[in-house]
Design a protein around this ligand. Sequence first.
Ligand code: IFM
Length: 443
Amino acid sequence: MAQFPKDFVWGASTCAYQIEGAAQEDGRGETIWDRFSHTPGRIKDGSNGDVACDHYHRYRDDVKLMRQLNHNGYRGSIAWARIFPTGSGAPNPAGVDFYKRLVDSLLEAGITPFFTLYHWDLPQVLQDQGGWANRETALRFVDYARYITGQLGDRVKHWITHNEPWCTTFLSTYLDIHAPGGKDLKLTLQNAHHVLLSHGLTVPAIREVVPGAVIGMAPNYVPAYAVTDNPKDVAAAHRFDGFFNRWFIDPLAGRGYPPDMWEYYGANVPQITPGDMDIIAAPLDFLGLNYYDRAYVVDDPTSTHVPHTRGVPSSQEWRTADRDVYPDGLYDMLRRVYLDYNFPALYITENGAAFSDEISADGAVHDADRVEFLQAHFNQAARAIDTGIPLKGYFVWSLLDNFEWSQGYTLRYGITYIDYATQRRIVKDSGLWYRDFISQNRA
Ligand code: IFM
């Protein structure tokens, strides 16, 4: 059985827009996801995050749930537009108060909070001023981050600047799947640069206002494997890695943008101001990694999209509706990030899968697939720890079923089932299994 250190952080991860609801309450401003989800045709089931899991009103019960499930850590996100409804200007006390109350509940329950400052919900006013393509947005992000970390920093020490910058950028303004939408590579690379810049500017700002801050970022990481050993496919896998992983992690680690990708992007590369790359390389206390699937690719020069690769569906048993699940990839990722970069600690900040969960006649949700999924991935995490990799914690995605972005409520990732009609929470078999797994590992 997998063995983990006694002080390992075990918990689940969530995101403000996906669970909070109360979209128009207590002075919260409009975000790009409010605008996008209310645009016909953008969300598979026509839904939005207006109500979601109603966590804004039910957070006490949700914290109680975490405690019952033996979690000692929780990763949530803060909605920028609750703190600064228009992205900047005067703070909104009611929004700040919500997060203060949430933190109180977590600490009373003995749960260490890890908060992400940006999980994709840019205030719409800032989008109207150019969004991440506007360098000013990075400066507004620093102001927001400095303010809210200062408000909560006496009790919250663990901060994550950005969640999945690849999604903030490529999935949004290049692949046109996430808010605000778009298909512009040059703009996307500029957005990515400003997101990274905002990260680098924020790290020292947090250290100034939060004594003892522990700061990281949470990119999503997709290990790429070539389907054949044909040199073209091998090069394609390396290119995919550059496109998805290295473009973001190399600059964080002080290496600048990967030269092979800089050359490949040609005239689309971003404008950089002297000094930016040093700012982006601000030393971190940890790197969070969100791991879901692998890329199993061949070269595809006919593709109309970068990185000119084509994914090949693998026949392996783990393929879920939306992902090519590959537990060994979690170990490969941790090993590679540990050996190639020099981050002092690593966390799995997200890992999970959507299965077709249903309430059975006995009133329970028997998600045996997810139990097997978690066990297989925990084994790979334990394998990494055994080889000396400094993995310090694991946050399962997600605590609750929730609003899965452009898929609406059609995918259920939670270890807790949400009956959206009544907002009843039913802990799935996987949530109960995880509870017992945690207690065995603490024993
Ligand atoms: O729901 C998302 C989350 O917001 C970011 N990481 C992946 C999850 C599942 O798709």
